[in-house]
Design a binder for this molecule. Sequence first.
Ligand SMILES: Cc1cc2nc3c(=O)[nH]c(=O)nc-3n(C[C@H](O)[C@H](O)[C@H](O)COP(=O)(O)OP(=O)(O)OC[C@H]3O[C@@H](n4cnc5c(N)ncnc54)[C@H](O)[C@@H]3O)c2cc1C
Length: 387
Amino acid sequence: MGRIIVVGTGFSGSILARKIAEECGRRVEVIEKRSHIGGNMYDEYDENGILIQRYGPHFLNTNKYFIIKFLKQYAELFPHNTKLLSYLDGQYIRLPFNFQSVQELLGAERAEIVINKLRTNFPGSDRVPILQIVDCPDKDVSDFGTLLFEKAFRTYTSKMWGTDINKIDKYVLERVPFAMNYDERYLNKDFQYLPKNGFTEIFRNMLDHEKISVHLETDALEHIEFKDKHVLYDGENVELLVFTGPIDELFDYKFGSLPYRSLDIRYEYSDEDSVLPAEIISFPQADGKTRSTEYRKIMFDESECKGSVVATEYPLWYDKNAEIGNIPYYPVVTEESNEMYEKYVAEARKYGNIVLCGRLAEFKYYNMDVCIEHALQKFEEIKERLK
Ligand SMILES: Cc1cc2nc3c(=O)[nH]c(=O)nc-3n(C[C@H](O)[C@H](O)[C@H](O)COP(=O)(O)OP(=O)(O)OC[C@H]3O[C@@H](n4cnc5c(N)ncnc54)[C@H](O)[C@@H]3O)c2cc1C
C-alpha cells in the first residue's frame, strides 16, 4: 500500500479524500495551493459580520434529494430561493425572464398576444431554452425571442465568455431558460438551499477526519513527476494521485493552454443596510461588468451585520501569471477546446495511478450538485482499485 494524494480541496477533492479515509480506512494527504480550503466555494465573514463568498455567489439547486442529505451530514442548511433582477433599458426586469418580463418589455396589450402564443407553442412546458423561442415558427413568438436574445443573452454571454455566442456550448445558453409562467425563482429546481454558516464549514467538517492531513499553500505541481507510466510525488511512486486542478497545467501545457474565464471581483461597502433591489442584479448592457451581489441579502441571520457590501464581477481571460485574473473559474467549452482537452485525457490514460476529477481536471461546466454526484461515482471506481 503506497501513499494516496488528493490535489485540491473543492468539492471534488474534499469528497474523495473523505470517502477514501472513511470507507477505505486509508490515510490521505490533501494538497491545496491556496491558503484556504473549499476551492472556488470558499466564503468568510468580513470585518462587518457579512458572509462573503470570495469567488462569486453560489447557490445549491438540485432535483436530487440525496445531494441535500449528503451535505446535511456536514452542515446545517436552510431553504433559500434565489431571486434575481436584470437591469435592461434603464429598468429592473425579473430574471429568469418570464411572463412578467414580457409585459415589462412589450406593454400589456402586445404581451397578451405573445403570452398566449407562447402557451400554445410550448404546451405543458415549465421552462423553455431561449433558442427554442428564437426558432419558434410563430413570428410573434420568435420576434420576442430575438428581442430578448439580442438585448440580454447575446450581450451578457459575449461579455461573460469573451467569445462569439455561436461558439459557446449550447448547454451554457440553456442554463437560464425562459419561465412559462410568473415563477420568480431563478431556477425551478426542487431543492434550493444555502448553508447557515457558509460553505467553508462544509469543507472544514468534510476534511476533519483522523486519516486526513491537509497541506495548504502547497503547489502539487512542484512535487509531481511522470516516469515510466507512473506519477511520482516527491520522487516516490504513489498508489493513487487524485488531481482536481487544471488538466493542461498538470501536463505543462504540452498540447496548448485550455481557455478559462476568470473574474475581477470589486467590492463596494455602504453604511446602508440595503443597497440593491435584489440579492443579485444582472447587467447585460453595461460596460465590462456582468452582475452585482449583495451578500447580506442571502445570509441566514444578518441581524449582527454592519452596513452592506456589493461585489461586482468583471469577467476576463484567465492568465496564470497575471495580477488580476489568475484563477481559473469557468472552462470555456468549444469544439476547439474540447479537442485539446481530449488530447490531455489520452495523455493521462498512459499513467496507471492517476484519477482526474472535477471542473478543472475534466474541463466541464459542472454545477455543484453534478460535481458532488460525479465525485461520489468516482469514489466507487476508486474503492474497487484500492481493494
Ligand atoms: C463564480 C462561480 C459561481 C458558481 N455558482 C454556482 C452555483 O450557484 N450553483 C452551483 O451549483 N454551482 C456553481 N458554481 C460551480 C461550482 O463552483 C463548482 O461545481 C465546484 O466548485 C467545483 O468544484 P471542484 O472541486 O471541481 O473545483 P474547484 O472548486 O475549482 O477546486 C479545485 C481546487 O484545486 C486546487 N488546485 C488547483 N491546482 C492545484 C495545484 N497545482 N496544487 C494544489 N492545489 C491545486 C485549487 O486551488 C482549488 O482549491 C459556480 C462556479 C463559479 C466559478
